[in-house]
Design a binder for this molecule. Structure first.
Ligand SMILES: *Cc1c(COP(=O)(O)O)cnc(C)c1O
Length: 435
């Protein structure tokens, strides 16, 4: 598969180069030259395939021959080695639980696949690779875990001191080995600015091979298709009477996740409709009304992993629909949910169905509920993108009891935090990286 840049000013590259580069030199996003079409018989009989086999079939056309089949199969097997259950909540809404991975967030899938691909591509590299990421919480944990013990790669994570939850901080700071946490006295924006400055610093880039683990990387974006197929397999199983295709609601921030789902649909996955569920950062909702994409400064909300004022992956959605607005609008709706509505939804769904949503899942749930209210007979699923224990303050308030910490996380809670405290000062960061 070849990839072109959405800005169309950079050369075409293969999967390997696209995943090492991350972003195209012209600052566009890499996009596949053709959309592969999946075998219809495979979709019809998807219940007969294991998740490993499904993932392999889905990703193979995008990787081409740049990773040998046997190795690619091993990479996808390791990537998807945890359950992704589709759990019914109400009569018409199910929850696709994407939080059973090692860091309890859907980002585990993309991060695990990408780290293994980069590990393979860079294994004979003479220079050590340094992955540099800024995180507001979820990305850093997934990336740290994905790259843990990957040979030839050092990971440096910048996070804002005191602004990530306790579980998130433990996930960033207790691994050790090739994972290094920098606790920045500042905000997430400060962290992101430091990382941007590092990528532009010529001297630093001469001394180190720096790369990002950003969500725009094709090796993080494309594997997110996997769980849409795992969901469909269970959807068929749960409704053997041949219920209609699902409406899928995706809590969206940078729009990478939903864009992967739309890609899956365009290549053959049966989906009735997509809903981009947004918090107050809702420039896409506005776009769908006005056809005018107007980036804004992000505002903080309870579903903070979606606090994005300029969603970078949206351009890929436009690309999928060939910039044809009517076609896009027939497949994608968007809905804005406030913080008040988010907490009310967590409370109500808990009281009514005894199901605990996290704030991101709650935004998705209410957006779906509203859509279905106008579509009698249709059913849908919400992607539950994180475990509620990662956002305990908001959730415990709503449900009136503490959330049990899952066993997978319990063990890290007692581990010692190790981080390097620093000011939001590039000189300090540079000195640290060079040494
Ligand atoms: C990252 C994240 C999102 C947003 O996903 P995008 O692909 O950026 O749209 C939603 N929920 C949670 C919990 C996340 O960590």
């Amino acid at each position: 598969m070849n990839y072109y840049s959405t800005n169309r000013q950079s050369p075409i590259v293969g999967f390997k180069e696209a995943s090492i580069k991350g972003q195209a030199p012209d600052k566009g996003l890499y996009f596949p030259e053709t959309l592969p079409q999946l075998d219809k018989e495979f979709i019809r009989s998807i219940e007969n395939y294991s998740n490993d086999e499904i993932a392999f079939r889905v990703i193979k056309p995008y990787v081409g021959n740049e990773i040998p089949e046997e190795k690619l199969f091993r990479i996808v097997s390791e990537t998807v080695n945890f359950p992704v259950p589709l759990v019914p909540i109400s009569e018409s809404i199910s929850s696709l639980e994407l939080f059973h991975g090692p860091t309890l967030a859907f980002k585990d899938i993309g991060a695990r696949f990408m780290s293994r691909c980069l590990g393979y591509f860079l294994k004979n590299n003479s220079k050590k690779v340094t992955v540099l990421v800024a995180t507001s919480g979820d990305t850093g944990g997934a990336v740290a875990n994905g790259f843990y013990e990957v040979e030839g790669v050092e990971v440096v994570i910048l996070y804002p001191s005191g602004k990530v939850s306790q579980v998130q901080e433990k996930q960033l700071t207790t691994l050790g080995k090739n994972i290094h946490a920098l606790e920045v006295d500042g905000t997430f924006d400060d962290c992101q600015q430091l990382v941007k400055t590092a990528f532009m610093d010529a001297e630093l880039n001469q001394q180190l091979f720096l790369t990002s683990a950003n969500s725009i990387n094709v090796a993080r974006w494309l594997p997110q298709q996997f769980y849409y197929f795992f969901a469909y397999k269970q959807w068929l199983h749960n409704s053997p009477s041949g219920d209609k295709d699902p409406v899928i609601s995706v809590p969206s921030g940078n729009f990478g996740n939903i864009c992967a789902g739309i890609l899956a649909m365009q290549t053959g996955l049966p989906v009735k409709h997509f809903i981009a569920a947004c918090n107050a950062n809702d420039i896409v909702s506005e776009y769908l009304e006005t056809q005018n994409l107007q980036p804004r400064q992000a505002v903080p909300t309870l579903s903070n992993a979606m606090d994005v004022g300029n969603p970078s992956n949206f351009v890929r959605i436009l690309e999928i629909f060939d910039h044809q607005f009517p076609e896009l609008k027939s497949k994608l709706s968007s809905c804005t949910i406030s913080d008040t509505e988010t907490t009310a939804t967590i409370r109500e769904v808990y009281q009514q169905y005894n199901y605990v949503l996290d704030p991101h899942g709650a935004v998705g749930y209410l957006a779906l509920q509203r859509y279905l209210a106008d579509q009698p007979g249709q059913k849908g699923m919400v992607l539950e993108t994180a475990h509620p224990v990662k956002f305990p303050d908001a959730v415990e308030n709503c449900i009136g009891r503490p959330i049990e910490i899952p066993a997978a996380v319990q063990s890290i809670m007692n581990k010692e935090k190790r981080s390097v405290l620093m000011k939001a000062d590039f000189k300090q960061l540079k000195e640290y990286l060079v040494n």
